[in-house]
Design a protein around this ligand. Structure first.
Ligand code: NAP
Length: 283
């Protein structure tokens, strides 16, 4: 079964749209998301455009701010502080990666915790690991929602996550653990990855290597979540970390690329923005 992320994301965005309309009635305004893009990397430009489009689709106020890649770190941090102090701004997102002369950690830490719609702020990361209320990072949150909406049982299952990045591998592992899966985290130095991966009832792959996961790494009947977004070296098309064609018949459920985790990630960004807004308005 193909898990259709585009369809599930559409449902989630419709829910957000509905709640946004209700919030407008109740509070007289809608959430305002500000996305900052530094420089002109084409992939980042396209991600930022997509986020702006989604924000408008769900009825938010959306502002995209373009900064030259010559902006200094201090100037960018000062600009974020201005947005933090601006009561009409509910969510702030700085598109990553940033130019090398800007420390990404400093940028992430400077965004006010209550406006951190990406869920990357150390305060949100700590809360996630301590099982306290937090803004969940969008991609891991999207993955859990995909599993739930596709009717995949998580509790008691063997989950293997390949990749241990701060934005995907680690948080999704923690979220699977909190749903009572038994979780193994694999990485570039895992010995016999094929053997480890093929024990998974739920296999999440977030490594950034085109079609890296082959059929022999997938257990018959497993659920496969492909987070990777790569260019296929053979035809230049978008592809995942999983060889979809080779694995689709072996897996009971599998996400395609494009059309799987990506759209759900963006939908979760909209949900996070609405949640930050509502938390502020309900105070
Ligand atoms: P990352 O920070 O580069 O981390 C990659 C991880 O993969 C590392 O933990 C690395 O292990 C592991 N790895 C690399 N080669 C491996 C190998 N041969 N065998 C086993 N593990 C290996 O990447 P990321 O930010 O997590 O992103 C991963 C992919 O997801 C990328 O394609 C990215 O574009 C995509 N992504 C998609 C979305 C979305 O919304 N769909 C969101 C975020 C990211 P070590 O730790 O040992 O180096």
């Amino acid at each position: 079964m193909k898990i259709n992320g585009t369809e599930l994301a559409r449902d989630l965005k419709n829910e957000v749209k509905q709640k946004t309309a209700e919030a407008r009635e109740k509070y007289g305004r809608v959430p305002h998301l500000v996305v900052i893009l530094v420089g002109n990397d084409p992939a980042s430009q396209s991600y930022v455009k997509g986020k702006g489009r989604d924000a408008e689709e769900v009825g938010f106020k959306s502002t995209t701010i373009l900064k030259e890649d010559t902006i200094s770190e201090d100037e960018l941090l000062d600009f974020i502080k201005e947005l933090n102090a601006d009561d009409s701004v509910d969510g702030i997102l700085v598109q990553l990666p940033l130019p090398k002369h800007i420390d990404e950690n400093k940028v992430i830490e400077t965004i006010a915790l209550e406006k951190d719609v990406d869920g990357f702020h150390p305060g949100n990361v700590a809360a996630l690991w301590q099982k306290r209320p937090c803004t969940y990072p969008c991609t891991p949150k999207g993955i859990i929602k995909l599993l739930d909406k596709a009717g995949v049982e998580i509790e008691g299952k063997n989950a293997v996550v390949i990749g241990r990045s701060n934005i995907v591998g680690l948080p999704v592992s923690k979220m699977l653990l909190d749903r009572n899966a038994t979780v193994t985290i694999a990485h570039s130095r895992t010995k016999d990855l094929q053997k480890v991966a093929s024990t998974a009832d739920i296999l999440v792959v977030a490594i950034g290597r085109p079609r890296f996961v082959s059929a022999d790494m997938v257990k018959e009947g497993a659920t496969v979540i492909d987070v990777g977004v790569n260019r296929d070296p053979e035809n230049g098309k978008l592809c995942g970390d999983v060889d979809y064609e080779a694995c689709k018949d072996k897996a009971a459920a599998i996400t395609p690329v494009p059309g799987g985790v990506g759209p759900m990630t963006r939908a979760c960004l909209m949900e996070n923005t609405l949640e930050c807004f509502l938390k502020k308005m309900e105070k």
